[in-house]
Structure formats: structure tokens, C-alpha cells
Design a protein around this ligand. Structure first.
Ligand code: ADP
Ligand code: ZN
Length: 740
């Protein structure tokens, strides 16, 4: 029977061709092959096999396999197809995500070295003979005879040993083997890792762990959502579950939002599994190509048993996968913002289903998508409602900035008197503080500093965006427009203003107000220098800094026992963006940030400065009440058919020519409207909240649907039969998290 294969050619142009397989060559889907292409040859990945197809003599034959085994496992290939279909992107872009550049490129290969090996102890007679006649050969054999396993890399035998080694090998007195050496990313690391022992679990942790252990035994385990307040000991549960999986002879995949911002989580895994340190792989974004190549093959061969990485590690080719842990599952960084725009958490759940392995999603503030899944029984819900170390949750104080605004004439009120007094007290007591500035304020909303009123859309309940150029307010969900009010519609005050200031400004003001304190700032600007982030965090940990100022990038898994005060300077900014998730993000931010206070023996306190102290996200976060928050938020989502009650996608056009960007999207809109499948809600063409970015004008359409696939397919079908102008880029984002 004749076998044909469909091959995706490497390179940017998504070429897919069929080839015949020559007799005697075993080819599977996922194999890497060399094939003839026009007059040259090229490399590619086998996407599919078609057996017994008609004899097609026109087909050219594969030249060779570049690797004997398929590099993409059948399951990962299946996941790749799913992603291409669900997110509406080419399989080529997905295969590129599955096989990192470092692995695909033929320029990378394993690093090898020659090792001299003795199979048996050299006999005395020979040694005596050599001692007299060939001193170097004698020295080499003596060294080898005492080496562990009687083997040593040739370079370790010393300069000038080469000739002796060669002579010995030719005489059959030793063997030379070529072995791969791993480029160890941790080599040269000074910090020694001490093994940590498992803690005795508290009852709630034990219940959660037992449920996870039970699912490890199941044929097709249901994903589990571990909802545990900050400091409730989720990580300890992960560690003990991972231990069981390792003991069962299986492997563990740990996903974190970002490696450099979750050093504690990585360190705790390394410490717990210190005894098998060389079997833990951490996929940093700063691995060299060679290191990445080695780590990937080490994982593929099953040598690494625990893999820790960010989003893209969800494709790590671990064999015998037993457990996938997704820490801080609500984090936006799990969604890739370039093609393929997959969500790492969702792919993790899918992979769990395909590989029949357990999946645990953990968070103190689960996404409402995952929460909903736990409510309808798709996921099993596990809870840890109290802090593990017996500490109480920090006290959250809401500061009404409307009162402050009347005191500070002129410039923006950055620091309230209450927060200033609290900071001064910490300085006196030798304790540390963190100040957060919410920077999700890409879009400008209008807010009254007197009463806190924000102009919102009557149809969608999201903040209206202020467009300065033509003085209008626009709803970026439904297109509703309004004129800019001269006075606050609520309290009639004329001072209605745009809010916003940056971390630099904050630092300036703080240095004036607290001249005795030592400050450091963490934001994208200040962290440009290599290792700046690591060094700053280290300095803060060793108390060379009193007050750390940063954006929400430091709200993640950091742990500073001496921090007793956390201030959120502008909790509102993220609340009044044209995004139905604004409330959810603000709730998450306040809760996560609060989790940074009082992690040690000292009690923590949080100050939240806001112009809208009554807003539900702030009030529920103040009381650490996820249930209360989710209940009212879900009601809103249901009422307006937002996720998790529908899938929401965005189609964006971009161009340096404003009219062309708009016109292209209008054309697409017309075509989308024709034969619009039932159940799809098609929004209007609107300027994006960030109308102009990087010199490009941007327009967007929001689409919603109960079912994801019909939406993606409809959009893809329209895109396929529409020729786009060269200077317009159109982007489709399924399950979009970013509406800017
Ligand atoms: P989370 O991951 O939920 O934020 P952690 O796992 O970081 O929580 O735990 C918070 C703190 O409580 C850590 O210092 C941890 O060592 C400690 N801890 C966790 N579990 C226990 C336990 N069973 N007994 C005592 N301390 C614990
Ligand atoms: Zn609206």
C-alpha cells in the first residue's frame, strides 16, 4: 500500500504539499522531514498521513527524516489542530508555537564531547610495561581506573593527553564514546538550594490534596479549580500533589504567569525537589538557543520530570504527563497577544483532557470563566478559605479621594493624608511598604473629582471613552455616543476631569513628602537594564529599600515578610476602562495586592485610594469576599451577555491610513452581516479605545456568540474571500481579553 503525507514547509508562507513516502521509510505525523521543493530542498513537519490513497505518480518523494522520532507528539499535533480551528489561525503559526525556533532550526544541535571509558581495570603487567615505556599512556589509564565508573571526558585528562588516548584506543585498551552534554542554564548559579520538607497540612489543605490525589487515580479526571485566599497554602498543596505524581513515575507541568515575576514559586519547587534538581527544567524566556534546544530534548526524552514555565510551556513535550498545575490561573499573561492567540490555561485544560491527566487551576481570584465552569460542574471546586500560617487577612482601608481633592488645589491628589501617616509610622517602626499604581488606564474616562461620578454607557455599563480630538464620549462595546458634559451630570460641579499620572510622578511626589525614606521604582522604564528587576527585588528583600513603588507587574507571587503596608494609589483607573472585565480586574488587583501585606509574623494593612469607594469591586475586595463579588458580577455578565455567558471576539483593523483602516473593516462588516449565522451578535465598526498607536489607526468590531466555533468559522470564511489592501492589517482575537 502506498503512503502519502501532507507536509508543512518551514518558513513564513504556510506552504502545505503532499509527498510520497519511499519504501522502507517509517514516517508518522509530527515527524520532521527533508523534502524537495521546486529545484531546492526544504525542511518541514508532517501534518498528516493518508494511507492507501490513489496512486499519484505526480507526487515527489520525501528525501529523508531529519529526526528518527516525531518531534511533535500526536497529542500535541491534535491540540495544534484544535487551536488553529478554535482561534482561527493557520496551522503553520501553531506548529511554530509547538516547536520552538531553537528546535526547528537545523543550525542548532546537541553539543557533544568525547569520553574515554575503561571496561575493566587494566592488569598489573600492562601498567608496569607502560610505566616504563609510555609514561603518558600509563598516567591516562591510572586516572581512568580511579575515576567514577572508570570514565572521564577526554579534555579532563589534561593537555597533551590526546596522543596517548589515541594510541590507547587504537590498541583497544580504552573506548571513546561520544555523548551529549547538556548546556545547563543553572550552571554557575551561586545560590545553593536546600531541600525543603513537606509541611503537615491543615485540614482544608488535606481535603484539597486528597481530592487531587484521587483524581490522579481516575481514568479521565475532571479539572479542578483550587480557590484559596492569598497565603492559604496552595503552593504547599501543589508541591505535595507533584510529589505523588513523581512517585507514580509520571511527569508534572507547572504553568506560572511569568517566570521573572514569580521567583518564589520556582524556588519553592526547586527546593522541594532539590534531591532531583537535574530533573527539574525551568523554561525561562532568556534561555539561549542552545539551552532551549537541550531543555526541549531533555523534556522530550522524559529526563526532566518537572517542567516550570510560562504560557508557552503548555506545549512542553513531556511524556507520561500526570498533572498540569496552572498557578494564578486568572492572569491575563496566559493569553498570547500575537498569533496564535491561544489562552495557556484553556490549552492546559484541553491538553489534560487529551492526555487524560489531572489539571489543577489555582487562584485567590479565579477568572469568572473558570468560576462558572466550577459552578456548572465542568470543574471540581476545591477551597482554602483561611491563611495557612494562622495569620489573619490584612485589614483593607478604603480612602475616599473625593475628600482629598478638595484639600489639594491644583495638581492631582496622589497621596492621601491617611496613607502618608501610615507610611511614616512604618518608617519609624523599621517596616517596609509597597505602593501600587494601577496603570491599566490606557483609555481616558471622565471622572468627577468631587463626587466620583464616571460617565458610563446606558446600554453596556462600561465607562465611556473620551476622545479629545472631536470632544465626544464613545462606548466601545455598542457604539453609543454622547457629548462631553461641561459639568458633572451628577453633582453639577464644573471640575469633571481626566484622571491619570505615572510612577515617575509618584516617586517625585513621595521623595518630597518622605525625604528620609529610601525608594525604588519598578516599572517597564526603570527595569530596562538587565537584571534590574532581580537586583531591585533583592535589595528590597534585604531591606535596603523602605518603600517600593510599582505597577501591577509586581502584584504577583512576591513574598516579603517585612512588608506590613500596601497602598493602592489609584484603584479607579482600571475600573473605568471600556472593558466589561474592568470590575473583575480591579477586584483581582486589590485582592492580589493585599496578599502582599502581612506575609510574615506582622499584621498587614492595605490602603485603597479611590474616587468611587462605593464600587462593588472595591467593597467586596475590602472584605476579601470572592463569593459576593462573583455573584453580583455574574448577574451583570448575564444581563448583558458577556463572558462567561457568551464568547467575545474582536476583529481589529490597523493602518497608517485612517480611512483605509475604517473602510476595510466596514467592508468586512457588510460581508459578516450577510448570512450571519444564528446566535452571533455582530457589533458596529468603531474606533479602538487606543485609536492611534505606533502611528497606526485602529478600528474594531466586537462579536459575541454562545458557541465559539461558528463565530470563528464565519469570520475566517469572510476573511478568506476578502482581499485586504496591502497597507491594512486585520487581526482576529477569539476570547479576547484586551479591548484596547
Ligand atoms: P498561597 O500559595 O496560597 O499564597 P503559600 O503556599 O505561599 O500560599 O503559603 C503561605 C505561607 O503559609 C507560606 O509561608 C507557607 O510556608 C505557609 N504554609 C503553607 N502551608 C502550611 C501548613 N500546612 N502549615 C504551616 N504553614 C504553612
Ligand atoms: Zn454601550
Amino acid at each position: 500500500m502506498r503512503v502519502n503525507v501532507r507536509v508543512l514547509i518551514d518558513g513564513p508562507s504556510e506552504l502545505v504539499f503532499d509527498y510520497a513516502v519511499p519504501d522502507g521509510l517509517r514516517v508518522e505525523a509530527g515527524c520532521r522531514v527533508r523534502v524537495p521543493l521546486r529545484r531546492k530542498s526544504a525542511t518541514g513537519t508532517v501534518l498528516a498521513i493518508s494511507e492507501g490513497a490513489q496512486m499519484d505518480f505526480a507526487l515527489r518523494e520525501i528525501e529523508a527524516l531529519t529526526d528518527p522520532d516525531p518531534l511533535v507528539t500526536p497529542t500535541l499535533l491534535k491540540i495544534g489542530r484544535w487551536i488553529a480551528d478554535y482561534y482561527g489561525c493557520g496551522i503553520e503559526t501553531v506548529v511554530r508555537a509547538l516547536l520552538p525556533e531553537a528546535v526547528r532550526s537545523e543550525e542548532n544541535s546537541a553539543k557533544t564531547r568525547r569520553v574515554a571509558v575503561l571496561d575493566a581495570k587494566p592488569d598489573e603487567e600492562l601498567m608496569e610495561k607502560l610505566a616504563k615505556r609510555a609514561k603518558r599512556q600509563h598516567a591516562v589509564l591510572a586516572l581512568l581506573a580511579h575515576a567514577p565508573e572508570m570514565r572521564l571526558p577526554v579534555p579532563d585528562l589534561g593537555d597533551g593527553a590526546n596522543a596517548a588516548v589515541k594510541a590507547l584506543a587504537e590498541a583497544g585498551r580504552l573506548r571513546i564514546v561520544v555523548e551529549e552534554v547538556r548546556r545547563d542554564p543553572d550552571a554557575g548559579q551561586v545560590e545553593e538550594i536546600l531541600e525543603s520538607k513537606p509541611l503537615a497540612l491543615n485540614p482544608a489543605q488535606q481535603v484539597a490534596l486528597d481530592a487531587i490525589l484521587e483524581s490522579l487515580e481516575e481514568e479521565c479526571p475532571k479539572p479542578q479549580l483550587l480557590l484559596g485566599v492569598t497565603g492559604s497554602g496552595k503552593t504547599e498543596v501543589y508541591l505535595q500533589a507533584a510529589r505523588r505524581v513523581i512517585d507514580m513515575g509520571k511527569t508534572v507541568l507547572v504553568l506560572v504567569p511569568e517566570i521573572s515575576l514569580t521567583p518564589q514559586t520556582v524556588r519553592r519547587f526547586k527546593a522541594r525537589f532539590a534531591a532531583m534538581q537535574d530533573r527539574v527544567a525551568v523554561l525561562h524566556s532568556n534561555l539561549s538557543q542552545g539551552e532551549r534546544f537541550d531543555e526541549w530534548h531533555r523534556i522530550r526524552k522524559g529526563e526532566a520530570r518537572i517542567v516550570i514555565g510560562a504560557r508557552s510551556a503548555v506545549f512542553a513535550p513531556l511524556p507520561e504527563l500526570g498533572l498540569i498545575l496552572v498557578d494564578e490561573e486568572h492572569e491575563n499573561t496566559y493569553k498570547q497577544d500575537t498569533v496564535p492567540r491561544y489562552h495557556g490555561r484553556d490549552v492546559a485544560v484541553l491538553r489534560g483532557a487529551f492526555e487524560k491527566c489531572a489539571v489543577v487551576l489555582g487562584s485567590a481570584t479565579p477568572s469568572l470563566e473558570s468560576w462558572q465552569n466550577s459552578q456548572i460542574g465542568k470543574y471540581q471546586l476545591l477551597r482554602l478559605d483561611e491563611r495557612a500560617d494562622g495569620q489573619s487577612m490584612p485589614i483593607v482601608r478604603v480612602v475616599d479621594m473625593r475628600l482629598e481633592a478638595t484639600k489639594h488645589k491644583g495638581g492631582p491628589a496622589i497621596l492621601s493624608d491617611r496613607l502618608r501617616v501610615a507610611l511614616e509610622k512604618r518608617l519609624e517602626d523599621g517596616e517596609q511598604s509597597i505602593l501600587f499604581l494601577n496603570r491599566r488606564g490606557f483609555a481616558r474616562s471622565l471622572q468627577c473629582p468631587k463626587c466620583g461620578h464616571v460617565c458610563t454607557c446606558p446600554h453596556c455599563a462600561v465607562a465611556l471613552t473620551y476622545h479629545r480630538t472631536d470632544e465626544r464620549l464613545v462606548c466601545h462595546v455598542c457604539g453609543h455616543q454622547a457629548i462631553v458634559p461641561r459639568k458633572c451630570p451628577e453633582c453639577r460641579d464644573p471640575a469633571i476631569i481626566m484622571q491619570g499620572y505615572g510612577t515617575q510622578k509618584v516617586e517625585e511626589v513621595m521623595r518630597k513628602v518622605l525625604p528620609g525614606a529610601k525608594f525604588a521604582r519598578i516599572d517597564a522604564d526603570a527595569m530596562r537594564r538587565k537584571n534590574a528587576l532581580r537586583d531591585t527585588l533583592h535589595a528590597f528583600k534585604s531591606h535596603k529599600i523602605d518603600i517600593l513603588i510599582g505597577t501591577q507587574m509586581i502584584a504577583k507571587g512576591l513574598h516579603f515578610p517585612n512588608v506590613t503596608l500596601v497602598g493602592i494609589l489609584n484603584a479607579d483607573i482600571g475600573l473605568h476602562v471600556p472593558d466589561f472585565r474592568a470590575g473583575e480586574r480591579t477586584f483581582q488587583l486589590i485582592t492580589q495586592v493585599s496578599g502582599r501585606a502581612g506575609r510574615g509574623d506582622l499584621e498587614g494593612e492595605v490602603y485603597v485610594q479611590t474616587f468611587t469607594p462605593h464600587s462593588p469591586s472595591i467593597q467586596y475586595a475590602r472584605r476579601h469576599d470572592f463569593d459576593g463579588f462573583s455573584e453580583q458580577e455574574m448577574e451583570m455578565r448575564k444581563m448583558f451577555s458577556f463572558p462567561p455567558y457568551a464568547h467575545c471576539a474582536v476583529l481589529t483593523s490597523r493602518s497608517a491610513h485612517e480611512r483605509r483602516a475604517e473602510f476595510t473593516l466596514q467592508t468586512l462588516h457588510l460581508r459578516l452581516k450577510e448570512e450571519l449565522p444564528d446566535g452571533i451578535v455582530l457589533g458596529e465598526v468603531l474606533p479602538s479605545p487606543l485609536v492611534r498607536s505606533h502611528g497606526q489607526f485602529r478600528f474594531q468590531i466586537t462579536l459575541r456568540s454562545q458557541q465559539a466555533r461558528p463565530l470563528t468559522r464565519h469570520v475566517q470564511a469572510v476573511l478568506r474571500r476578502t482581499t485586504l489592501p496591502d497597507d491594512v492589517t486585520v487581526v482576529f482575537d477569539m476570547d479576547a481579553l484586551n479591548f484596547s
